[in-house]
Design a protein around this ligand. Structure first.
Ligand code: FIX
Ligand code: ZN
Length: 414
């Protein structure tokens, strides 16, 4: 491409429109029924907005939780959109969703927005949203201990929609073993709280059976920032003797999301989790000890991001991904994407959405695509000034790597 202006326009256009794989979400395929959250009220009671709304309120937490979803949504709408301007990332995101779905943002009429959603069927709506967001493939977060979710897998319905993929979530096994033991026993696995060879066998059997049943792409867990490895701890035994052997046998990666302090404010429920700084050397030790095992890792503290990107230079079995949760805001996505590209080129997964409500795909991907386009355009522009010419085909290749192929190739499904 000879012209600098055209180069930038092409990169930004392609970054905005090329199809993507969203490799970590909390979304579900329509077959999962009520687990698939969508619509105005669900969007307004997103836990990101609940915590922002409490900043302005002296309401008792329990009073809020005893309200209906519609009442909670009305309150959040009034607090964050009418009494104050929606300039935060999550509030602005809601406005972007309305706009992209063709609603009149200037009317500020919440009931009209609700009515507009009522006429939609879930299946059509899922198609529309995926088309607007340019999201082609969605990886869910799947928990066999969930009473609503399990029957969908047992009936085979969970694998029906080919756009949705499973990730087997193993938080309870690593972070709440007594609870996991009870759940496993309910499902007929002969396990006990104290480690024995029999218990290890049974947990391995549980994981294998569920990986196969869901065709899970990877095992996933979120860990507190004080996760250390190796350690004299239940987690190290579980990882070394149960999870890694199963991942290796099944040929799937292990995804670790590290740096959350759950329930910093329990009254806020799901909205009450906090970010905490993590020990990157735990990931280093895992990558060194298991060079044949693939690890997909993200961290929550801003302060860990540079070190984690440097670690990915040292271990090819480490794929870093996404700007997780509180990091998924314009300023930090820009900063992280820039230094990741500078340290790793395009060999990383710059973004995942972490959406919980379906329409959020629209704003989260729109915002991230714009930043990725801008960062890449800056880099190609500098190359251009040095005399290096990139073709449109090369730009597509680079974006496709970051949007899709780095993930699929790394997990061995390409
Ligand atoms: O552990 C996770 O997968 C987190 O992403 C969630 O627990 C969190 O509540 C969230 O929605 C972040 O975006
Ligand atoms: Zn998540």
């Amino acid at each position: 491409m000879e012209d600098l202006k055209l180069l930038r326009q092409t990169v930004e256009r392609l970054a905005g429109e090329m199809p993507v794989t969203d490799m970590h979400t909390h979304l579900y395929a329509p077959e999962f029924g009520k687990l698939l959250l969508w619509g105005v009220d669900e969007l307004l009671i997103y836990h990101y907005l609940i915590s922002e709304s409490f900043r302005w309120s002296d309401q008792e937490y329990d009073d809020f939780w005893s309200m209906s979803k519609k009442e909670q949504a009305d309150l959040i709408w009034k607090t964050l959109f009418i009494d104050h301007s929606p300039v935060s990332e999550a509030t602005r995101g809601f406005i972007t969703i309305l706009r992209r779905l063709g609603l009149d943002v200037s009317s500020r009429n919440l009931d009209d927005y609700r009515k507009a959603f009522e006429t939609r069927t879930v299946k059509e709506h899922v198609d529309t949203v995926m088309q607007i967001a340019g999201v082609q493939k969605i990886v869910m977060t799947n928990d066999p201990f969930d009473e609503l979710e399990r029957p969908v897998w047992m009936s085979g319905e969970g694998k029906k929609d080919p756009r949705f993929y499973a990730a087997l979530r193993v938080d309870a096994l690593l972070n709440n073993w007594p609870f996991a033991v009870k759940e496993l026993q309910k499902l007929g696995y002969a396990v006990e709280e104290t480690w024995s060879e029999g218990t290890k066998d049974e947990v391995r059997r549980f994981l294998k059976e569920w990986i196969v049943r869901m065709d899970a792409l990877y095992l996933a867990v979120s860990m507190p920032g004080d996760f250390t490895y190796p350690a004299e701890h239940h987690r190290s035994v579980m990882i070394d003797e149960v999870m890694i052997p199963v991942c290796q046998e099944q040929g799937i990666p292990f995804a670790l999301m590290i740096g959350v302090r759950r329930n910093a404010n329990p009254s806020l429920r799901l909205a009450g989790d906090m970010s905490m700084s993590s020990d990157v050397s735990a990931v280093e030790a895992l990558c060194r000890r298991y060079p044949e095992q693939k690890f997909i890792v993200t961290m929550l503290a801003r302060g860990n991001q540079h070190e984690l990107a440097v670690l990915a230079r040292k271990f090819r079995n480490l794929m870093i991904f996404g700007c997780w949760w509180f990091l998924n805001i314009d300023s930090i996505v820009e900063e992280m994407t820039r230094f990741r590209v500078e340290l790793l080129g395009t060999s990383m997964i710059p973004i995942h959405s972490d959406c919980r409500v379906f329409e959020q795909l629209i704003y989260k991907w729109e915002y991230s695509r714009a930043i990725i386009g801008r960062v890449l355009a800056d880099k190609y522009e500098k190359l251009h000034l040095s005399g290096w010419r990139v073709t449109e085909e090369e730009i597509r290749r680079d974006l496709d790597d970051m949007y899709n192929r780095n993930f699929w190739r790394f997990i061995g499904r390409e």
